[in-house]
Write a protein that binds this ligand. Sequence first.
Ligand code: NAI
Length: 326
Amino acid sequence: MTIALFSSQKYDQASFDACLLNYTGISISHFEQALNEQSALLCQGFNAVCVFVNDVVNEAVIKHIAALGVTSILLRCAGFNNVDLAAAKAHNIKVCRVPAYSPEAVAEHCIALMLTLNRKTHKAYNRIREDNFDLNGLLGFNLFKKTIGIIGCGKIGLALINILNGFGANVLVCDPYAEQGEYTLCDLDTLLSQSDVISLHCPLNDQTHHLINEHAFAKMKQGAMLINTSRGALIDSKACIIALKNKQLGYLGLDVYEQESELFFKNRSDEIMQDDVFSRLVSFPNVLVTGHQGFFTKEALSEIAQTTIQNAHEIANQLPLRNEVK
Ligand code: NAI
């Protein structure tokens, strides 16, 4: 199997090279470019593409790569909202993903966002380097006994709940499919109105697009904290700016952003920022943005490479596909 791996970074090459040592018959060519309608022609001579969260795998791209002989799409991520599954099926292209590489990695990153926003360690770091030992402006709150609302209680949501229970927080969960657990199940409105901190862990789909909009912000406790490590378009960014300006939203921690495909995973420090919504968001002192790094641990990278190559191996050898997305 010959795989064209798009949006490749040095760390992808390192983790896939290490994993390939255990396999024969699979070769990978790394392309820095994202897969999209312009770069699809690079797939000539390959029978699989390997893509990440911001590669574009829409109907036009699928039609193009199918015509070039691509028969498999290997997602090296869990979410598959960027792939037109109906088009893949129509062109007889198999789609596999990595369903769970390290839910703990993302859950622990959520905690990093919560604690940094709350205890302002990023500001303290800079102050101390300038011999400024003033505590004014660094006041936080205890997570102990606070109400934390989790929207989407799957693998990542559950890993986060395990940590939050250790903090002694009261955990509320809104998930139409969740079973009973060490948390209180409730509906969305109850979660929005009672939570001090809200963290999003549901997938992005037609039902959840802009789940957090102006109406949701209006229902939140004044000064609540919102964390999103799931997918950017779960939040209406413009409504979010209004909620931050009128202080309805007290803290915002983002690892994902609606228009992130135009920005993330690249050093753009010598470019002029064209996204005014993003510029406004990062201008607030109570907003912390990381560039989709929730997954980014050694353990997760190794798991991603292993499962992706395993998926390729299963397709190449016509074995049952454990991680197929249909
Ligand atoms: P999962 O599939 O295990 O869990 C998703 C949960 O959301 C399920 O329990 C489902 O019942 C629930 N759900 C579905 N619709 C819902 C709705 N309308 N309201 C409330 N809950 C709903 O997924 P997992 O592995 O926990 O990942 C969650 C999301 O995290 C993924 O969809 C992906 O977008 C994102 N992610 C982000 C990463 C990062 O680096 N920041 C890395 C990996 C995943």
